[in-house]
Design a protein around this ligand. Structure first.
Ligand code: ATP
Ligand code: MG
Length: 218
């Protein structure tokens, strides 16, 4: 079995996430993509203070109806901060060594991987798929790897990937550029502007109903 693990703050989830995940699923022939909302992201505060349960509920609303997408609240159930290393280890233990696991993330997030907990170890647990996004296109050379990890990889030009000393790889995958971010959505809401067509209708309604992202006094 081949599964993708797609973590994020999802504050809120939007069409940039969903379309990218769909393209990755198809391109890598993944049986399932598991969406995981981070509890307290180690690298940033959750803007608007939206609790993990609500961010996870928005994920559920967004992916319901796609049989290949499923939610996991593993990071919300674990006490304290979420670290990707713990999540990957959890799925590795749950499914055993035969599972082909792909950790999916955008290039902006990947470029900060040198700051993640136990980042060297990550590459001995699963493959990585690094997606392009506006402002973060595929590089023209092999110099994209953060210096902290570059030595451990060999660039495979034909395959658009970096091969680790062990069996796992980092794949660079172009996806349709959708210039959508959760930051932009939060800003539009706080200014009282429309967010329609940036995210699924159900998620938009959920945000309205719960008055998320409004500046105080609205
Ligand atoms: P924020 O603006 O709050 O950082 P975001 O839009 O970047 O939100 P995250 O929850 O931080 O969303 O992203 C989760 C993952 O999805 C990250 O790895 C990020 O790089 C990736 N991602 C987010 N938006 C896009 C997009 N439009 N296209 C491709 N990948 C994306
Ligand atoms: Mg982000």
């Amino acid at each position: 079995m081949r599964i993708g693990i797609f973590g994020g703050t999802f504050n809120p989830i939007h069409l940039g996430h969903l379309r990218a995940a769909e393209e990755i699923r198809e391109r890598f022939d993944l049986e399932r993509v598991i969406f995981i909302a981070a509890a307290v992201p180690p690298h940033k505060e959750v803007e608007g203070g939206i609790p993990g349960e609500h961010r996870m509920e928005m994920v559920r609303l967004a992916i319901s109806g796609n049989p290949h997408f499923s939610p996991s609240d593993i990071e919300l159930k674990r006490p304290g901060k979420s670290y990707s290393i713990g999540t990957i280890q959890f799925f590795r233990e749950k499914y055993g060594p035969d599972l082909e696991m792909f950790f999916i993330l955008g290039m902006d997030a990947f470029l900060e991987i040198g700051t993640w907990k136990s980042f060297q170890e990550l590459f001995s647990l699963c493959h990585f798929i690094v997606m392009t996004r506006p402002g973060f296109d595929k590089p023209s050379s092999a110099t994209i790897l953060p210096p902290e990890i570059a030595d451990a990889f060999v660039y495979d030009e034909g395959g658009d990937r970096f091969i680790h000393r062990n069996e796992y790889s980092i794949y660079l995958q172009g996806v349709t550029f959708l210039d959508i971010s959760s930051t932009k959505i939060r800003e539009e809401v706080s200014k009282g502007r429309s967010i329609r067509y940036l995210l699924p209708r159900e998620v938009e309604r959920y945000i309205k109903r719960h008055h998320f992202y409004k500046t105080k006094g609205d």
